[in-house]
Design a protein around this ligand. Structure first.
Ligand SMILES: Nc1nc2c(ncn2[C@@H]2O[C@H](COP(=O)(O)OP(=O)(O)O)[C@@H](O)[C@H]2O)c(=O)[nH]1
Ligand SMILES: [Mg+2]
Length: 190
């Protein structure tokens, strides 16, 4: 977070985290499209996220101009150093889950990766704003929401459902993480 009391501006960083192919880029792409903006991406030849994807959102919060810079991480293990770099200074995290049954173990494992990434920067997953998004609800082999949440959301964070590819649940998820961040930093913004 960067707070400028004189200019009444505050900047936050939101990172979309989660295992490879869960739909992080799709979420941020929809956020960009919904605002008529371009997604800033650095991709591999196969169009997988190499470094990060990025878009900006601006809102008025308690008299401040709040800017949220939204990043995705590359989910593939070979890019773990880049992932850690992108996580620096994260104020809030959307953890994107692929609802498919065969992805459950990856989804559970990667939450530990997120926890470790946060620890690197002295942050506790229990304390920092995190929203879990159960994406790909359209899949035939999607696990029931209740079961997924019981298996994955051991940290009891707020959660949303999405079909990011159809732009469903994308804005709701963003609104929720922004609410969580604002609540978390509310005292500083007084
Ligand atoms: N069926 C389905 N596919 C999705 C959904 N969201 C993303 N995808 C697809 O999943 C693949 C990986 O998405 P991407 O956003 O690149 O994942 P990332 O690796 O987490 O950034 C792509 O082929 C997307 O089109 C969804 O809600 N439902
Ligand atoms: Mg990606």
């Amino acid at each position: 977070m960067i707070l400028d009391h004189l200019k009444k501006q505050v900047k936050f960083k939101i990172v979309y985290h989660g295992p490879a192919l869960a739909g992080k880029t799709t979420n941020v792409l929809k956020i960009a499209e919904n605002r008529g903006e371009e997604l800033l991406s650095f991709n591999t030849k196969t169009e997988r996220t190499l470094v990060f994807d990025m878009v900006k959102e601006e809102r008025e919060v308690k008299g401040f101009k709040a800017t949220f810079i939204i990043y995705t991480i590359p989910g593939q293990d070979i890019y773990s150093e880049i992932r850690k770099m992108v996580m620096r200074g994260a104020d809030g995290v959307v953890y994107v889950v692929d609802s498919a049954e065969d992805r459950l173990q990856d989804n559970k494992h990667f939450l530990e990766v997120l926890s470790d990434d946060l620890k690197l920067y002295g942050k506790d997953i229990e304390e920092i704003p995190v929203v879990i998004q159960y994406n790909k609800r359209d899949l035939g082999n999607a696990l029931p929401l209740e079961e997924l949440n019981k298996e994955i959301n051991v940290i009891n964070k707020p959660f949303t459902e999405a079909v990011a590819i159809e732009n469903k649940g994308v804005e709701e998820t963003l609104d929720l993480i922004i609410d969580e961040i604002i609540a978390h930093f509310g005292k500083l913004l007084k």
